[in-house]
Design a protein around this ligand. Structure first.
Ligand SMILES: NC(=O)c1ccc[n+]([C@@H]2O[C@H](COP(=O)([O-])OP(=O)(O)OC[C@H]3O[C@@H](n4cnc5c(N)ncnc54)[C@H](OP(=O)(O)O)[C@@H]3O)[C@@H](O)[C@H]2O)c1
Length: 332
C-alpha cells in the first residue's frame, strides 16, 4: 500500500524553510507481531523539534536526512497484531510524519476521549499542560500575592502557566509578540498585564513599570534579550524556571549576553532548567488538578488548528513567527 510521508530534506542553517522538508510517496509494510497499523488524526508540532533538525546530539536524537520527521500524535488503530490494542482504539505516541504507519505497540498509550476534545491530549492534558504545571508548581513554587512573569505567554505552555499562577493568587504579567495577543491574554485569559516585546523598545523599563513590586517568579520560555530584561527586575529570593529558549533555537552562533551570576547572587535567586519528562511521577497529580480547574472554568485553553497532512511543515515553521495562540495542532 502506498502513502505519503514527510522527510527531512536538509539541515537548516538559521530559520528553517519549507524546502528543508520533502513530501514523498512511500510503501507501507505489513504489520508483524506486537505491531499496529495506525491512521494519524492529529499531530503536535513543537519548538523542541527544531533542535532535532540539527546534527548535534541533544537529550533526544536528531532527525535523519531523507527519513521521516517524527512527532507526538494521536492516531486510530486500523489493524492490530497487538494484545494491547483493538481496531478503532485511539492511541497517542511518537509517530512518523506519514499518512499511515506501522509501529510497535510498546511506546503507545490508549486515550479515552469521551470526556474532553481529543486534541487536548496533545496540549493542555499532554506535554504542554504538564510542562506549565511542573515548571510553575514544582520549580517556582508560587505563593499568593507574588508577581509572576511568563514569556511566550500566549503559547501552548505560557497560556497555561499564566492561568495556573492566577489560580495560585499571583499577579501575572505575560510577554508576547503582538497587540492582539496582549489583548487576549488580559481580556480572555485573566492576565493582569501583558507586554508586546516586538513593539517595546526598553523591555527592562517596561517590565519594571508593570511589576511595581518586582519579579518573584520568571517562567522562561524564550531566553535571549527578553529574559535579560526580566532578570533586571528580580526580587530577593526570586525563582526562575528555564523551560525553553525559542529565541535562540535558530541562532547560528551562541549569542553573548550579560553575566547572570552577580544578579542571581545579589538577589539570592534560584534559576533551574527542567525537562518535563523527568517528572513523570508528578503527572497524575498535575492532570488531576488541570482537569479540575478546567471543569471549574478557572483554566481556559486555546488551540490553533491547521488542517491537512501536507501543512505539517508550515505549521511547525509558524511557531517561529508566532502564528499560534495556545497549542499549534495539525488535524489530518
Ligand atoms: N522544558 C520542557 O520540558 C519543555 C516542554 C515543552 C516545551 N518547552 C519549551 O517551552 C517553550 C514554549 O513551548 P510551546 O510549546 O508553548 O511553544 P509555543 O509558545 O506554543 O510556540 C512558540 C511561540 O514562541 C514565540 N516565539 C517565537 N519566536 C520567538 C522569539 N524569537 N522570541 C520570543 N518569542 C518567540 C511565538 O509567540 P510570540 O507571538 O509571542 O512571539 C510562538 O507562538 C519552547 O521554548 C519549548 O521548547 C519545554
Amino acid at each position: 500500500m502506498n502513502m505519503n510521508q514527510i522527510v527531512l530534506a536538509s539541515r537548516p542553517k538559521g530559520i528553517p524553510q519549507v524546502t528543508d522538508f520533502r513530501i514523498e510517496p512511500a510503501e507501507l509494510r505489513s504489520i508483524k507481531t506486537d505491531e499496529v497499523l495506525l491512521k494519524p488524526l492529529f499531530f503536535s508540532v513543537d519548538p523542541y523539534m527544531r533542535g532535532r533538525m540539527n546534527e548535534a546530539k541533544s537529550y533526544i536524537h536528531a532527525f535523519q536526512i531523507d527519513k521521516p520527521i517524527e512527532g507526538n500524535a494521536l492516531a486510530r488503530v486500523i489493524e492490530s497484531n497487538s494484545v494491547r490494542f483493538n481496531p478503532g482504539d485511539v492511541v497517542m505516541g511518537m509517530l512518523p510524519w506519514s499518512e499511515m504507519s506501522v509501529v510497535s505497540d510498546k511506546e503507545l498509550v490508549k486515550v479515552d476521549a469521551s470526556q474532553v476534545p481529543l486534541s487536548y491530549f496533545l496540549s493542555i492534558l499532554g506535554m504542554n499542560g504538564l510542562t506549565a504545571y511542573i515548571g510553575l508548581m514544582h520549580i517556582c513554587k508560587p505563593l499568593a500575592g507574588e508577581t509572576v512573569v511568563v514569556s511566550g505567554a500566549a503559547g501552548a505552555v505560557g497560556l497555561a502557566v499564566g492561568q495556573i499562577a492566577k489560580i495560585q493568587g499571583c499577579r501575572v504579567i505575560g510577554i508576547t509578540g503582538s497587540d492582539d495577543k496582549v489583548k487576549l491574554l488580559v481580556d480572555k485569559y485573566g492576565f493582569d498585564e501583558a507586554i508586546n516585546y516586538k513593539t517595546t523598545t526598553y523591555m527592562s523599563n517596561a517590565i519594571g513599570t508593570v511589576c511595581t513590586d518586582g519579579v518573584d517568579i520568571y517562567f522562561d520560555n524564550v531566553g535571549g534579550e527578553i529574559s535579560d530584561a526580566v532578570l533586571n527586575n528580580l526580587n530577593f529570593q526570586a525563582r526562575i524556571a528555564i523551560c525553553g529558549q525559542i529565541s535562540i533555537y535558530n541562532s547560528t552562533s551562541v549569542p553573548v549576553g550579560p553575566r547572570l551570576q552577580p544578579r542571581l547572587l545579589a538577589k539570592s535567586a534560584m534559576m533551574r532548567g527542567f525537562l518535563v519528562n523527568n517528572f513523570k511521577s508528578e503527572f497524575p497529580d498535575a492532570i488531576r488538578n488541570i482537569t479540575k480547574w478546567m471543569y471549574e472554568g478557572k483554566l481556559n485553553y486555546s488551540e490553533t488548528t491547521i488542517h491537512g497532512f501536507d501543512k505539517l511543515p508550515v505549521a511547525f515553521l509558524g511557531l517561529f513567527n508566532g502564528d499560534n495562540v495556545g497549542k499549534m495542532i495539525v488535524k489530518m
